[in-house]
Design a protein around this ligand. Structure first.
Ligand code: DC
Length: 224
């Protein structure tokens, strides 16, 4: 058995459109870590379920159908990719139908177990910055590096609209916070950063400063 230490993981959780994926991507690039947006795995499965013709809100149907999908994911050049039945997904992940299906589908515990297994496997390869809803609470509770990025509902809805998306972040928040399985929570010890008035670069700087204050061993020498 290997006694090597696990690769470091920086967990970034938060509600929809809080800016966490932009922050996580920038931070990963600053540190030379791989970036994983865990929502893309849930989105890929939601998209696949739509193709099967079942209703993503039908928990029993989802629990049976997701296992029939040939779901693959991996890391390439510092980014994660997802595929369903051999098709690598990109814009499909942001389609309105996928937006609508992803919260109900991601309530199903067996589907979550599959995604959590795949997310944990990424850590075997390299250091990660991973963003989502339950990265600190469920996926990597052992990581000391836990950040929760928030922003006001108004700012988040505006950001979503600026991305050309029409889904309601408040509806998704309600679903993500109230579900029984791995709801969105702020875990003990997480550093909460409100990004309503701070640009992504500023949030990245705040995280780097916190990592430096805690003498994270993986920090490269940073120019001021
Ligand atoms: O981060 P995102 O908007 O791409 O996530 C889409 C949905 O996926 C989100 O509304 C709930 C689900 N999700 C989850 O349940 N757990 C995660 N770690 C990430 C996303």
């Amino acid at each position: 058995m290997s006694t090597a230490r696990p690769h470091p993981v920086i967990a970034i959780d938060g509600p929809a459109a809080s800016g966490k994926s932009t922050v996580a991507r920038l931070l990963a690039d600053r540190l030379g870590f791989s970036f994983v947006g865990s929502g893309t795995l849930y989105r890929a499965l939601a998209w696949g379920l739509i193709q099967t013709g079942i209703d993503p809100a039908d928990e029993a149907a989802v629990a049976t159908a997701f296992g029939t999908l040939d779901f693959a994911c991996g890391l390439e050049r510092g980014r994660s990719w997802v595929a369903i039945n051999g098709r690598r997904l990109g814009t499909e992940l942001e389609e309105p139908a996928t937006n609508a299906a992803v919260s109900p589908a991601s309530r199903v515990p067996a589907l979550r177990d599959l995604v959590v297994d795949r997310l944990r496997a990424f850590r075997l390869d390299c250091p990660l910055v991973m963003e989502g809803r339950d990265i600190a609470s469920v996926v990597f509770p052992d990581t000391p590096w836990k950040y929760y990025i928030d922003a006001s509902p108004e700012v988040r809805q505006r950001r979503r609209a600026a991305q050309g998306q029409t889904d309601s972040v408040s509806d998704r928040d309600r679903a993500d916070r109230s579900r029984a399985s791995a709801p969105l929570v702020v875990v003990d010890g997480a550093v909460v950063i409100d990004s309503s008035e701070i640009a992504p670069d500023g949030v990245v700087e705040a995280i780097l400063a916190d990592l430096a204050a805690h003498q994270a061993a993986f920090l490269p020498a940073m120019p001021n």
